[in-house]
Design a protein around this ligand. Structure first.
Ligand SMILES: Nc1nc2c(ncn2[C@@H]2O[C@H](COP(=O)(O)OP(=O)(O)O)[C@@H](O)[C@H]2O)c(=O)[nH]1
Ligand SMILES: [Mg+2]
Length: 322
């Protein structure tokens, strides 16, 4: 390991980790070299996505999960793709002594990522940030993201397990978004179970899951009621997540799911890289082709085929139109 930045991350030095996260998040020069150097040391952390509608209680529940994992002696990294998420680091709110201890707890690292504008940007920099924390030796890396919008939901495909947090009585916004959340859920928490409608929300979810006609061997997402503010149901959420992790790691269907997701990620990245490479290499030929198409020397379909053929031949000069 020659890269000093990578050495700093691997040693778990919080300042080196913070620097690496900034480098990766801003996609500054050298960030890919760092990620390459870290790759062999990744794959040990359990990645947990926490998503759901705004206000459902994701941050409050995440805070409880931090406490639960710390209680088992695990180190926890958190990436909140929502700068407004308040965390105490698993402390009981109002208990200043505990809060102070967690604030100094080297076993917890919390980082907020601003949501970037361009499509794919959030999920990619989140995924890379997760890998930095994985390499830094955190046992669990939690990613909190609002479950609204494609890019936010795409983040959950990076996770080993995704916890979808729902709250009863959130009405139409939840209904509109439910299909997307259902698709990415490995475990459901019906949070705010101290409010009316929690049982109805559970039944509603059960019905939606059954309607999805799950295949044999498929994972059926368990539904757990919780009151995150009081810490109720947290142990049940943790054990449902543990069971899901075992399914992912120990069953053929689970192993296959992970492989498929890695394949999807690589195909996406390759697609972007190929487009960039092709458009760059072909730039002068494209300009000429546009002119020829405009002059009716060639049709746009043949011109496109020739440009592709010339890129395939690693030759940026397409054949002259016949
Ligand atoms: N009554 C009740 N309120 C909760 C519960 N969990 C969270 N809240 C409150 O709901 C609000 C939104 O919580 P937050 O965790 O920030 O939601 P997020 O937007 O999903 O991250 C806060 O005021 C929490 O105190 C719960 O189980 N019951
Ligand atoms: Mg939040």
């Amino acid at each position: 390991m020659t890269d000093p930045r990578a050495r700093g991350v691997l040693s778990g030095d919080p300042r080196a980790v913070a620097r690496a996260l900034r480098l990766v998040d801003d996609r500054r020069p050298g960030h890919l070299d760092l990620l390459k150097a870290l790759w062999p040391s990744t794959g040990k952390a359990w990645i947990l996505g926490v998503t759901g509608n705004p206000g459902a209680g994701k941050s409050t529940l995440t805070d409880r999960l931090i406490g639960a994992y710390r209680g088992r002696g695990q180190r926890v990294g958190v990436i909140a793709v929502d700068p407004s998420s308040p965390y105490t680091g698993g402390a009981i709110l109002g208990d200043r002594i505990r809060m102070a201890r967690h604030a100094l707890d080297e076993g917890v690292f919390i980082r907020s990522l601003a949501t970037r504008g361009h499509l794919g940007g959030v999920s990619r920099s989140t995924r890379d940030s997760v890998r930095v924390l994985d390499a830094a030796g955190f046992d669990v890396v939690i990613v909190e993201t609002v479950g609204v919008g494609q890019d936010e939901l795409a983040i959950t495909r990076t996770a080993g397990s995704t916890l979808v947090v729902m709250a009863p009585g959130m009405g139409d916004e939840v209904q509109a978004n439910k299909a997307g959340l259902l698709e990415c859920a490995d475990v459901f928490a019906v949070n705010k179970a101290d409010r009316d409608g929690a049982d109805a929300a559970v039944r509603d979810l059960e019905m939606m899951i059954a309607l999805g006609a799950p295949a044999a061997g498929a994972w059926l997402p368990p539904i757990v009621k919780s009151v995150a503010t009081l810490g109720q149901g947290v142990d049940e959420v943790v054990s449902a997540l543990d069971r899901h992790r075992a399914w992912v790691q120990e069953t053929p269907a689970g192993v296959e799911r992970s492989r498929r997701r890695l394949g999807d990620e690589m195909r996406d990245a390759l697609g972007e890289a190929l487009i960039e490479a092709a458009l760059g290499a072909l730039a002068p030929s494209i300009d000429r082709a546009v002119k020829d198409v405009e002059d009716r020397v060639i049709d746009p379909y043949t011109a496109t085929e020739r440009l592709v053929a010339s890129f395939r031949g690693a030759d940026a000069e397409p054949a002259a139109p016949a």
